[in-house]
Design a protein around this ligand. Structure first.
Ligand code: NAP
Length: 403
């Protein structure tokens, strides 16, 4: 007799097993027991190629995916055709869909939401903007608030190019070639450089922020094609940086959405978004200003967002994480410490340095004033730094330095 206590596992199918799909397939296989699911089918163009899943799971026929009766399908094909048709037909028959495809969501969000609503299925797409940075989840959390504006650097390739032009005086073409050499741009980089990719992501953000149901045609868009090293230098002279910004804000009779290069003060949080990172700045009535930043592309961060959506759909709540049982900590990672002694007059600077050396520490920087001395010591455990401070006279303060 089969015990009724055994819950059936959720059946998950993958559309696509490329950069992102391959990583997701690996994680699903490794973590299937914890997540309570089973990978039942994987759609690819070429089933003969080696993949991180067994050949028995691979197919090039979408009807075979449907016939495998999945509860959830993860779409990682990219683009509109055939992804839009497949996703819509799955939602219509009540299959939940998780996707990383911003083109699909930006162009078809309305039709897909309607199909999902009619059947009671869920469509989730956290990975479609900023990959592993949970910015859509944050906007969902702000549903009770009113979001005024969302501004972001959402295309890591353009940000890399602009940062390299700034750092090394490269031309756009040189920086683009360097980015391509590091695998940061598509074989055809025009979607990135023209701002089209950012405009699609902006539509997804605008929708999640409750600012409007936009399509890319509603976005006023300029690319970075005409930015020269002279523009970057002139911005730098005024303590500014050039960045490709996607911004949407509530305006009188509807949202105003724009993608284009802008000048940002060096001190602006978005100016600190370096190279291929992404960063999003949100302004909300009650929460105020919020800033999110991190790796906005790559198989790992994208898979993280996809698995988060999957878990949410599977349970409504996450299954228990593999929480480590309480046990002794691992070895401490040594840090540099600044040790300040006040009323150090009782001991000459030379005496302070001697005590530091006797404690087994190496002084890297020393600053002595009338009644205090501060020594920055080479990396040590906190215990060593505290023992050293205890051997010094007067009031002591020990501050670990976070590098
Ligand atoms: N790469 C990233 O860092 C990143 C970050 C965020 C979001 N995304 C999004 O994630 C999605 C996937 O990106 P990716 O980089 O993983 O793409 P990819 O490496 O090109 O993989 C695409 C996969 O889809 C399959 N495929 C494409 N068209 C097909 C068709 N008509 N029928 C059957 N299979 C088909 C391909 O099969 P074959 O392998 O047989 O060719 C391949 O396995 C895209 O929407 C992308 O925008 C990617």
């Amino acid at each position: 007799m089969i015990s009724r206590a055994i819950q059936p596992r959720a059946r998950v199918a993958l559309l696509g097993c490329g950069n992102v799909g391959g990583e997701v397939a690996r994680r699903l296989t490794e973590d299937s027991a914890r997540l309570g699911l089973e990978l039942v089918r994987v759609l690819v163009r070429d089933p003969a190629r080696r993949r991180p899943v067994g050949p028995d799971l691979l197919t090039d026929r979408f009807d075979e995916v449907v016939a495998s009766a999945p509860d959830i399908v993860i779409e990682l094909l990219g683009g509109l055709a055939p992804a839009a048709e497949y996703v819509e037909s799955l939602l219509e028959i009540g299959v939940h869909v998780v996707t990383a495809n911003k083109t699909l969501v930006a162009h078809r969000a309305g039709a897909l939401a309607a199909a999902a609503e009619a059947s009671g299925a869920t469509l989730a797409y956290e990975a479609s903007v900023c990959a592993g940075v949970p910015v859509l989840a944050a906007l969902r959390q702000l549903e009770g608030d009113r979001v005024r504006a969302v501004r972001g650097i959402v295309n890591g390739s353009c940000n890399y190019i602009l940062c390299r032009m700034e750092e090394s005086g490269l031309t756009l073409g040189e920086a683009l070639r360097e980015a391509a050499g590091r695998g940061l741009v598509e074989p055809d980089p025009s979607a990135d450089i023209s701002g089209r990719d950012s405009a699609e992501k902006l539509c997804v953000l605008a929708r999640a922020a409750g600012l409007g149901d936009l399509t890319p045609a509603d976005v006023d868009r300029t690319g970075i094609e005409s930015i020269t090293p002279g523009d970057i230098r002139s911005a730098a002279r005024a303590s500014r940086v050039v960045r490709l910004l996607a911004e949407v804000e509530a305006a009188g009779d509807g949202p105003r959405a724009r993608v284009g290069p802008v000048l940002l003060p060096r001190t602006h949080p978005l100016a600190s978004v370096r190279r291929e990172e992404n960063g999003v700045f949100v302004e909300a009535d009650l929460a105020g200003e919020l800033f999110f930043r991190g790796r906005g592309a790559g198989p790992g961060p994208t898979a993280s967002a996809i698995l988060g959506d999957l878990v949410r759909i599977l349970g409504g709540a996450a299954p228990p994480r593999a929480v480590q049982p309480r046990r002794a900590c691992g070895p401490e990672v040594p840090r540099r410490h600044a040790i300040r002694v006040t009323a150090a007059t009782a001991m000459a600077p030379r005496g302070v340095l001697e005590t530091i050396r006797e404690s087994g520490l190496v002084a890297e920087e020393v600053e002595v004033s009338t009644n205090s001395a501060t020594v920055v010591a080479r990396a040590s455990t906190r215990g060593t730094a505290l023992a050293c401070a205890a051997a010094l006279p007067g009031e002591r303060l020990v501050l670990p330095i976070v590098e």
